[in-house]
Structures are given as structure tokens and as C-alpha cells.
Design a binder for this molecule. Structure first.
Ligand code: FES
Length: 105
């Protein structure tokens, strides 16, 4: 499934992401700058924070309480903020575009 990362400096990364993997895992595997993922995907660090392109926000599953709580620790949280380790890739997310924030906590 094709997904796109846009780094804070505007660089675009087109990735072919395996279904079932998380958006965070694909960021780490492809060395996307600005996604630290300190906790390794356990929803316990908020350093995998991304902004989801508006066109895709409604297509993502709703946030679980744990993600919502952890997102409080992210920097400059917006309405389209998500933790990328909590977004699983599946074919309907084809073209998913996420922007990397200026910094992580
Ligand atoms: Fe730590 Fe996502 S990698 S919360």
C-alpha cells in the first residue's frame, strides 16, 4: 500500500508499506527524519506523532483511550494529530499522507 511521508523540511518520501505494519514502522525502516518512536510502538512515548492529511482523517479507526492520553505529551497537537504507531496499513489507506511535526517531545 502506497503511503507518503512529508518531512518537516518539505521533503516527500513515497513508501510502499506492507499491509499490517504500522505507519511508524515504515517511518523507522525508511529513515524518515523526525519520527523517533522511542518506545518502539507501545503507545508510551508520543515521539511518533504525525499530522494526518485531512482527506484521510475520517478513514482511520478512532483513537483508543491510550493513544488519546499519550498524545497529550506530543508537541503542537492539532485536530489531525495521531500517533503513527497506532495506525495500521491496509489497502483502503492507499495514498495515505502524513506530515512530520517540527519536533517530538
Ligand atoms: Fe511510542 Fe508511538 S512509538 S507512542
Amino acid at each position: 500500500t502506497a503511503i507518503v511521508f512529508i518531512a518537516h523540511d518539505g521533503t516527500r518520501y513515497d513508501i510502499d508499506a506492507p499491509n499490517g505494519s504500522s505507519v511508524m514502522e515504515n517511518a523507522v525502516r525508511n529513515d524518515i527524519p523526525g519520527i523517533d518512536a522511542d518506545c518502539g510502538g507501545a503507545c508510551a512515548c508520543a515521539t511518533c506523532h504525525v499530522y494526518v492529511d485531512e482527506a484521510y482523517v475520517a478513514r482511520l479507526p478512532e483513537m483508543q483511550a491510550m493513544e488519546e492520553d499519550m498524545l497529550d505529551f506530543a508537541v503542537d497537537v492539532r485536530a489531525n494529530s495521531r500517533l503513527s504507531c497506532q495506525i495500521r496499513i491496509h489497502p483502503e489507506l492507499d495514498g495515505l499522507t502524513v506530515r512530520v511535526p517540527e519536533r517530538q517531545p
